[in-house]
Design a protein around this ligand. Sequence first.
Ligand code: R5P
Length: 307
Amino acid sequence: MILLRSLAFRVRIPLNPSTLAMPLPKSPLSPTAPLIRPIVQTRGIQTTKLVSPIKDQNLTVLERSKQLAAWTAVDQHVKPEHRVIGIGSGSTVPYVVERIVQLGAEANEERVFIPTGFQSKQLIVESGLNLGDVDQFPTIDVTLDGADEVDRELNCIKGGGACHLREKVLAEAANTFILVADYRKNVEHLGTTFKQGVPIEVVPFAYAKVLQNLHHILGSPEASLRMAVKKAGPVVSDNGNFIIDAPFDQEKMKDPFTIMAQIKMLTGVVEVGVFCHMAKAAYFGNQDGSVTIKWNDGRIEQVVASQ
Ligand SMILES: O=C[C@H](O)[C@H](O)[C@H](O)COP(=O)(O)O
C-alpha cells in the first residue's frame, strides 16, 4: 500500500480505493500459478485485412497439383479450435496460406502463425496473419510443410531451400505434422527423384572437416558445399550457417534413419534434412486433380481434392 501510494504520488495516478483492492497478478514463475495457454495478442478483425499470397489463378498442372494438396490438407487438419499453426517452407506452402486466408479474418483472428524461415515469415506478414515465433509458442497445434521427397513410410528429405533446421524444430513442436507436395515428390525410396543429396546445415567453421568426413567415412564422395546463385560464395541459411549436399547410393538411402543419425554425429553438423517418422500424413496433388494421402499407419487414400 505504501509502495503504491508513493508510486501514485510520483506518476500522479489518482488513488482509487477499488484499484488498490485489486489483487496483484500471480508471478508466472510461481509453482501455484495455473498452467494456461498463452493469450494471442491480435489486431482485431476490424483492422486486419487478410490478403491471399496467390494473385494469378491461371495455374499450370504442376502448380494446380500443389494447390490441391495444400487446400485438402488445410481443410482436413486445421481445426476451428487450433490457435498456434506452423507454416513451413517451399513452393507448396503459399497455397497453404492461401487456403488459411480463405477461412476468413474471424476464423484467424485469435490464431498465431509460426514461420520456418524468411519465406514463410513474409507470407504470414504480407497475408495479414498474426506472426509469432517458436520461442513464444513451443507447442504448436499443427504444422504444414513442404518436402523434397517422401517415401512410403513418410520419411522425407527436406532442406532443398535450406530451411530444414527450423522446419525440424517446428515439426517436433507440433502435435500434428503434415506434409504437402506435388506428385513428383511421392516416391517409394528417398533419393529416387531428388538426386542432389541430403541437405546438411553446418557451422561455417567446420564445413571442410564435415565434407572430409562425408567423403571418406560416411561414403558420400560427391558431397559438396552448396553455392549461391546470385551471390559469390556459399548459400548462407537463415541461421547464418552453410549447407552441404551429400548424395548417397540407393542402397544407403533405403535406411534413412541410419544415414541421418550418422551425419548428425559429425561435429559441426547443426541439422540433417532427413525427417524420420515425424509426419502424421503426406498430401500429394496429382495431375488428374485428385490427391493421394499417405498416412503414418500405412494407409494410402486417393481422394477428390478440396475445391
Ligand atoms: O528447405 C526447404 C524446405 O524443406 C522445402 O519444404 C522443400 O525444399 C521443398 O521445397 P519446394 O516445394 O520448393 O521444392
